[in-house]
Write a protein that binds this ligand. Structure first.
Ligand code: NAD
Length: 291
């Protein structure tokens, strides 16, 4: 059992923090929004008045924040983690951010005696609620081993994939597959509906064959019903496609499909769908066909 400071109690962070409480950890959390704090207290955790208070007494600090600037602010900012966490503290960042930012955080943390892991996750809100996330971890073997009780309390498939920043590269790879799958499921739905076939029966039979996927399992009914409450917001997937395309440039590779999917996600955002679930790519694909 550890004293854990948990920053960022949103769609993913709130259920993850609740699982850490249920696993016997003493969780003190902070979010700028009231809803997350209420969820933590209801789960048996303690609310803090700010980042400094949440991390000052912690053995493990966890963040689950939207994007790079939030992690930079919470880590480097005045009254942040770097200034207030004790040397020796294990810091696990579950957020999806650029690999370069994770490396910068890890290097600055190491100078102050913090042990830092980038540990982005996949599995969506349902994966967080069911504590079955896939977690891709960058950092040292020793820190990864030390983090096991925390990672295992929220995840099912947990792998160390390399040094600092490596987890973010794997998450970028994950996001281009998820985005591409949504784009093609959307195209399949548009085709079946336009052709006048039974799209519900069609997608069900597709889900039983080689095109089966978690995306189809979890999202086909809501997509057919045009229900797009998040889940995972288009804004965040747009951020992730930016990370993936920048990572491709850094790695010196050409990813043409990723470029196309990134443009579809950008279109969804430009059309005002940024706060809808990423399955709302269907709206863009429909627009392209005038439907
Ligand atoms: P979210 O917006 O629901 O939650 C983020 C939380 O961070 C919010 O409650 C927000 O108020 C809080 N926050 C922002 N700035 C803060 C600050 N300075 N101090 C304290 N709290 C602050 O986002 P989410 O969907 O939970 O996603 C979080 C991260 O997980 C993102 O990087 C996202 O890409 C990644 N992710 C999300 C999903 C998903 O399905 N939602 C799946 C896998 C990974």
């Amino acid at each position: 059992m550890s004293r854990i400071g948990f920053i960022g109690l949103g769609i993913m962070g709130a259920p993850m923090a609740a699982h850490l409480v249920a696993a016997g950890h003493d969780v003190t959390g902070y979010d700028v929004v009231r809803k997350g704090l209420d969820a933590l207290v209801a789960a048996g955790g303690t609310e803090a008045s700010g980042v400094a208070e949440a991390v000052a007494d912690a053995e493990v600090v966890v963040t689950m924040l939207p994007q790079d600037e939030h992690v930079e602010d919470v880590f480097f900012g005045a009254a942040g983690i770097l200034e207030n966490a004790k040397p020796g503290t294990l810091y696990i960042d579950f957020s999806t951010i650029r690999p370069e930012t994770s490396v910068r955080v890890a290097e600055a943390g190491a100078e102050r005696g913090l042990r830092v892991l980038d540990a982005p996750v996949s599995g969506g809100e349902k994966g967080a609620v069911d504590a079955v996330l896939s977690i891709m971890v960058g950092g040292s073997e020793a820190d990864f081993a030390a983090a096991a009780p925390v990672l295992r309390a929220v995840g099912r498939t947990v792998e160390r994939v390399g040094g600092s920043g490596a987890g973010q590269y794997v998450k970028a790879a994950n996001q281009l597959i998820v985005g591409g799958t949504f784009a093609l499921v959307a195209e399949a739905i548009v085709l079946m509906e336009a052709a006048g076939v039974d799209a519900k029966a069609g997608i069900d039979v597709i889900a039983g064959g080689l095109a089966a996927s978690r995306v189809l399992d979890l999202k086909r009914d809501s997509m057919l019903a045009r229900e797009f409450a998040p889940g995972f917001r288009i804004d965040l997937h747009h951020k992730d496609m930016g990370i993936a395309t920048a990572a491709a440039r850094t790695a010196g590779v050409s990813l043409p499909m990723t470029g196309m999917v990134a443009q579809l996600v950008a279109a969804a955002r430009a059309q005002g769908h940024g706060s809808l679930d990423h399955s709302a790519l269907l709206k863009v694909v429909e627009d392209l066909s005038g439907r």
